[in-house]
Design a protein around this ligand. Structure first.
Ligand SMILES: [Zn+2]
Length: 69
């Protein structure tokens, strides 16, 4: 825990997706800057789902953001 260093103003957004098999929000381990995220939001991200173990294609625009503080 502790206070994160405040020198860098780069805020990484952690992407959560909803697993279509289990309807659970899953953390696929992807963090990105908001600027990058906006650039790739029409893309599809393929990742292995930690909830069901399958590989899903998720639309980046469908991601739920959680601030990776
Ligand atoms: Zn899944």
């Amino acid at each position: 825990m502790g206070t994160p260093p405040a020198t860098m103003e780069v805020n990484l957004e952690r992407l959560f997706f909803v697993c279509p098999a289990t309807a659970r929000a899953v953390d696929v381990g992807v963090e990105t800057e908001i600027g990058t995220l906006l650039r790739i939001k029409s893309e599809t991200l393929r990742a292995r789902c930690p909830a069901c173990g399958q590989v899903h294609d998720w639309k980046v625009r469908d991601a739920t953001l959680a601030q990776a503080a």
